[in-house]
Design a binder for this molecule. Structure first.
Ligand code: CU
Length: 222
């Protein structure tokens, strides 16, 4: 009886934790003085949006570079599950400025402003959505079927910029503290790539051991 119970426990343990799946963890830092970006001038609908909006194209806080997405690339990786994300248009900027998801995800596009935004998403030069949203509180879903970096712009307010990174391999958006964790990576050697809208991509190889985790940190700036 004891032997049978022992076998059952082993089987349950194997189901609960996929064999040897590890995590890739690290930080994304910025060395040197962060660039001082002038705020962007609002030339339309100032009554709602104010005179300027912050330039979010390079944001550094506490030595960490914000708005970075880290992806693992290589063979044998699990596909990220489709999920639902939200992209809000509020006071003439996109919230969040950068987000990441997997292919098949539904993005619910929201207009929180009492005037027209025309949200236009590009994958390279291809339009993936192009929607006029004149009504406050309007919500329109769109499916992001293809992997790649979707650049979101507004045809009414040319200073508005946002990004949705659609990754068909495991990914993580770097948190406010500059750290990230990519979970459930099977043992193997992969390329880990950090993406930033303006400062570009940085890659390195990592090996996730048969048991345990791997580390990959990135430094931008000087
Ligand atoms: Cu707009």
């Amino acid at each position: 009886m004891k032997a049978v119970l022992g076998t059952m426990v082993l089987v349950l343990a194997a189901v609960a934790a996929p064999a040897g799946a590890g995590e890739i963890k690290g930080t994304v830092s910025f060395t040197g003085a962060p660039p001082q970006l002038a705020p962007l001038k609002v030339t339309k609908n100032q009554n709602v949006c104010g005179a300027t909006v912050p330039d979010q194209s390079i944001e550094v806080a506490g030595g960490h570079l914000e708005n970075v997405v880290v992806m693992v690339k290589g063979s044998g990786l699990p596909k990220p599950p489709p999920e639902k994300i939200v992209l809000d248009q509020e006071k003439c900027h996109y919230k969040p400025h950068v987000q990441a998801t997997g292919p098949g995800a539904t993005v619910e596009i929201v207009n929180s402003d009492p005037m027209l935004h025309n949200i236009h998403g590009y994958l390279g030069t291809t339009t993936v959505f192009n929607i006029a949203m004149p009504i406050k509180g309007q919500k329109i879903p769109r499916v992001l079927s293809k992997p790649g970096v979707v650049h979101v712009k507004c045809d009414v307010h040319e200073w508005m910029n946002g990004w949705i990174v659609v990754s068909d391999t495991p990914y993580a958006k770097v948190g406010d503290d500059g750290s990230y964790t990519i979970k459930d990576v099977p043992p193997g050697t992969y390329t880990v790539t950090a993406w930033h809208e303006k400062l570009g991509e940085k890659s390195q190889q990592v090996t996730v051991p048969a048991s345990g985790d791997a580390a990959a940190s990135f430094t931008y700036g000087k």
